[in-house]
Design a protein around this ligand. Structure first.
Ligand SMILES: [Zn+2]
Length: 305
């Protein structure tokens, strides 16, 4: 079976090639994707080649799923900033990094699908109504409640324009998770973000709220240091020196004892890059570079605000 692209999908493809003419997109159909991951589609990046890989579940080769994955690829081609973690072994840091990026990206994807007139209503409703179906009671542990609140957040973002009364059921069955969801959602409900710069700011907002919620429940994690979000400079900042924009804070990767630095943006006190295996001399050299040559030398992809 081959993947046929509709006109709307081709429109997205055009903007991808406009951003990155050299990009290769590799389409795959998988018989077991939904069974194994619960996802109908998936977008991955080949680390070596930078190619894009779109995997679609064999039973869901639909315009909704294909355009959704193509829009993930579009965000990659437009160099929307990514979240990164220094240490992978902390489950809650990993969870927050992955899910914050995911829900914020889905807000952008949903908006673009709406603009293109792609009907995702049934598709999203199905997702929202199946939420928590397999769970009888709300779990007692805070960690599980916190994690479930991101499922509600994802559903709410996708269903924003839909009359959905799945919410009452969720609110009654998962009151604590719903409360956490409300705290996070309030931060972004009135805030529209489209550009990579605004997208990054939205991610930082949610990271701050999560840090607070977790702190009040006994998890003391400084997300501004533990999770890095790439920098989206202005044109003017590209010509500034790296140490005018970032503070270099020493870091140790507990996982492999590697010493390096966290580059914290001075204006936001937010980690932007983790630089590993760098000694003091190299650090001094990096600090004196202009931002643009720093990006070029380290092969860091960036977009300009
Ligand atoms: Zn997605």
């Amino acid at each position: 079976m081959r993947i046929q692209l509709t006109d709307k999908a081709k429109q997205i493809l055009e903007s991808i090639y406009y951003n990155r003419p050299e990009i290769k997109i590799n389409y795959q159909i998988d018989d077991k994707l939904e069974k194994q991951t619960g996802a109908l589609g998936q977008h991955e990046i080949d680390d070596k080649t930078g190619d894009s890989i779109i995997i679609i579940d064999a039973k869901h080769i639909t315009e909704q799923v294909i355009t959704h994955e193509l829009l993930h690829c579009y965000m990659y081609s437009a160099k929307y900033p990514k979240l990164r973690v220094l240490n992978f072994e902390n489950d809650i840091i990993n969870f927050v990094a992955t899910h914050v990026e995911n829900v914020i990206a889905h807000k952008i994807i949903q908006r673009k699908q709406d603009l293109l007139g792609i009907d995702t209503e049934d598709f999203n409703k199905k997702f929202a109504y199946s939420l928590g179906e397999n769970i009888t009671y709300e779990p007692n542990e805070f960690e599980r409640q916190f994690k479930f609140s991101f499922k509600i957040l994802d559903a709410e973002i996708r269903c924003k324009n839909i009359e959905c009364n799945y919410k009452n059921a969720i609110m009654n069955k998962f009151p604590t998770s719903y409360g956490i969801f409300t705290q996070i959602y309030t931060e972004i409900i009135n805030y529209d973000f489209y550009t990579p710069f605004e997208y990054r700011r939205a991610m930082i907002k949610i990271l701050r709220v999560c840090e607070n919620i977790l702190f009040n429940n006994g998890f003391k994690i400084e997300f501004n240091r533990a999770i890095a979000t790439e920098f989206v400079p202005s044109k003017r900042q590209l010509t500034l020196r790296v140490d005018q924009i970032f503070d270099f804070k020493p870091s140790i990767n507990e996982f492999n004892d590697e010493k390096g630095y966290v580059l914290m943006s001075k204006s936001e006190n937010q980690a932007c890059y983790f630089i590993n295996k760098v000694n003091t001399e190299e650090k001094e050299r990096l600090a004196k570079k202009t931002l643009i040559s720093f990006f070029d030398d380290l092969n860091i992809k960036y977009s300009v605000r």
